[in-house]
Design a protein around this ligand. Structure first.
Ligand SMILES: [Zn+2]
Length: 88
């Protein structure tokens, strides 16, 4: 089971809605990446402050950078899926 607190979803949804409303395409937030957004990483961590601190905030990235952050390929996440029970 995975979970994301709804205020994180609202934060991301507001950014996406504003872009849609102004017909802007949003790109991956990693520097120099021009791939389209594909994943929300709710607890992405990066260096912050003087280099000793870690800053954590939601990130929206492309599939390639999601894989880099996770260390493995991200799964597709259908809104609905039915998992077949064991056959008798
Ligand atoms: Zn990217």
């Amino acid at each position: 089971m995975q979970y994301v607190q709804l205020h994180v979803v609202r934060y991301a949804a507001a950014i996406l809605a504003a872009a849609d409303g102004s017909k802007q395409t949003l790109f991956c937030e990693e520097q120099l990446c021009e791939e389209p957004l594909a994943y929300l990483i709710p607890d992405a961590a990066r260096p912050g402050g003087g280099g000793q601190d870690v800053e954590q905030r939601p990130a929206m990235v492309c599939r390639t950078h999601a894989e880099e952050m996770l260390g493995y390929p991200p799964e597709d996440q259908p809104i609905f899926r039915r998992i077949q029970g064991p056959e008798e």
